[in-house]
Design a protein around this ligand. Structure first.
Ligand code: AMP
Length: 550
């Protein structure tokens, strides 16, 4: 017998329509690239999203077409988050920090039809435009008076496009499993892979993000999104804020401590989300200038493990509750969060800190288990560690164009590549990274790509890259190279060589030479051994940083 309830399709457009209908005056505040503050609200945003929907259709964008963005966190980017999926197309957010060649690869792989870009990125896109084989036009996210001289062809002005359209559009209702947005994850091996979210997965994830036991975003909140909109749908916050009418504050490109602090004070931010690196900048600024952030009730920190000292500083010195969260691009991204359970408030501070430093506890919608190398489930005793496997309606089941092949195991579990423990309370703690990527400021640097590039130098026989701790960026790369016979290549020459091939922020902070590298029996470089050998090695940039801050 089937239930007799409505089968309303879960549509992303319904989130913004709700916000406009019930919380029309709630603001969306953005710091623009010229530093000025822009204010709008959900009512206006809904109208503009409807104009944009018409404009996209007029450009010929059809259901399933991919439309890309290379943009900061601001109100226009927010509008594309709704208008593009709203008409049935797919919003492909591209990380501008990728190297040009990587952007070309993913834009061509995704077959992006149009590209929205903030003015900052015009030179970047100009430098690769000839290689973008599917892009038919560029939409510059600015007003007519700001349109720059550009070599890009078929360039359009965002505000002109909107001005020409009606602000009434009937959002279509279609199958909730239709693709809505696309985000590439810079994998450890092989090419970047596209994670393709659906309307259904996004709306269900939205409900989860709003949950009181997760991030608890509510109408009274003012949320500062310091996590980029090009990373995993900004942790789902644009949709969750719309779903409850929370006020949003977007910092644009200005992530320095002083600028963030100014916004927090001026706008009365109550909840802020970001990676530890950004928090470090804010804390340093507050400590040096005797500032406070008393409006902030809680913060969600994830993307990489939160350092204990940061957790204590935020809680003890600034009265901000810290929730540690774990997730991946493939998990929309919320997988676990660290809100304490009933009764745990009574525990002493050290015990509470230990619990909060774990990556978080299971939340409804994400099943978790850990397995050994043979796929056998391990006990949830907080001691045994194995690969974390997850399952749920907002977890990826494959990548765009089946890149990487079949992803799930026979029972439908997604292997995360993270090695973790699970305790009897359902808390997960990452103990190791199966992948060897280097996490710098919340962004990934692929050690394999750096190694391969370095080995392209004729003076290098073998190379390995490992991440070493860095006080500002969390981790930075160290390149360990073995010279080829007769070669006298220097670290400086190698860095110059790499600089022509990889993004600047990927460049190793130091290069050291070794006579040989340790290997596994199958001939792979033994990274674990390298990490031991260089465990006490301090990167020169880390020394400089400590001197500057200490
Ligand atoms: P991404 O797909 O770029 O969001 O990266 C996902 C990966 O980041 C995960 O597989 C973890 O390795 C790592 N990660 C995310 N959150 C945390 C966290 N709270 N602690 C430690 N590692 C994390």
């Amino acid at each position: 017998m089937r239930g007799l309830m409505m089968d309303t399709q879960l549509m992303i457009s319904s989130l913004l329509r709700y916000a406009a209908d019930y919380h029309g005056d709630r603001e969306i505040v953005s710091r623009m690239i010229d530093g000025s503050i822009h204010r709008t609200n959900y009512r206006e945003t809904h109208k503009r999203a409807q104009r944009l929907a018409h404009a996209l259709e007029r450009l010929g964008v059809k259901s399933g077409d991919r439309v890309a963005t290379i943009a900061w966190n601001n109100h226009r980017h927010f509008e594309t988050y709704f208008a593009v999926p709203g008409i049935g197309a797919v919003c492909h957010t591209i990380n501008p920090r990728l190297f040009g060649e990587q952007i070309v690869y993913i834009a061509n792989h995704a077959e992006d039809q149009f590209l929205f870009l903030d003015l900052t990125f015009v030179p970047l896109v100009e430098s690769i435009a000839q290689e973008l084989s599917t892009v038919k036009g560029y939409l510059l996210m600015c007003g007519a008076d700001e349109m720059p001289e550009t070599s890009l062809e078929n360039v359009m002005c965002y505000e002109d496009l909107l001005a020409a359209e009606s602000d009434h559009y009937d959002w279509p209702v279609f199958d909730e499993n239709t693709a809505s947005s696309l985000c590439y994850t810079s994998g450890t091996t092989g090419n970047p892979k596209g994670v393709l979210y659906s309307h259904r997965s996004t709306v269900l994830h939205t409900l989860c993000v709003m949950g009181a036991d997760t991030i608890a975003i509510a109408n009274r909140d003012t949320l500062l999104a310091i996590v980029p909109m090009f990373h995993a749908n900004c942790w789902g916050t644009p949709y969750a804020c719309a779903a409850c009418g929370a006020k949003i504050v977007y910092p644009g490109p200005f992530m320095d401590g002083d600028k963030l602090h100014e916004l927090i004070e001026a706008e009365g931010v109550t909840v802020a989300l970001g990676v530890p690196t950004v928090w470090l900048g804010l804390i340093n600024y507050m400590q040096a200038n005797d500032k406070r952030i008393d409006t902030i009730e809680r913060t969600v920190i994830g993307g990489t493990a939160i350092p204990a000292s940061m957790l204590r500083t935020l809680e003890d010195d600034y009265g901000v509750q810290v929730f540690h969260a774990w997730g991946m691009t493939e998990t929309s991204p919320l997988g676990t969060t660290g809100r304490l359970k009933a009764g745990e408030d009574a525990l002493d501070t050290d015990t509470q800190t230990a619990l909060k430093l774990k990556q978080g506890r299971g939340i409804y919608g994400v099943e978790m288990k850990i397995v050994d190398d043979d796929g056998k489930e391990l006990p949830k005793d907080g001691v045994a560690s194995g690969e974390l496997m997850i399952r749920g309606p907002w977890i990826a089941k494959g990548y765009l164009k089946e890149e990487g092949g079949a992803v799930l195991d026979a029972d439908g579990w997604f292997p995360t590549g993270d090695i973790s423990t699970l305790d009897p309370e359902g808390r997960m703690q990452i103990t190791d990274r199966a992948k060897d990527v280097i996490k710098s400021g919340g962004e990934w640097i692929s050690s394999i790509e750096l190694e391969n590039t370095a080995m392209g130098h004729p003076g290098v026989a073998e190379a390995a890259v490992i991440g070493l701790p860095h006080p500002k960026w969390d981790e930075r790369p160290l390149l360990i190279a073995v010279r080829s016979e007769g070669s006298e290549v220097t670290g400086e020459e190698l860095t110059d060589f790499l600089a022509r091939k990889v993004a600047k922020w990927w460049l190793p902070d130091d290069v050291v030479f070794a006579d040989e590298l340790p290997h596994t029996p199958t001939g792979k470089v033994l990274k674990t051994r390298l990490r031991e050998i260089y465990a006490n090695y301090t990167l020169p940039t880390a020394r400089d940083q400590s001197a500057a801050t200490g």
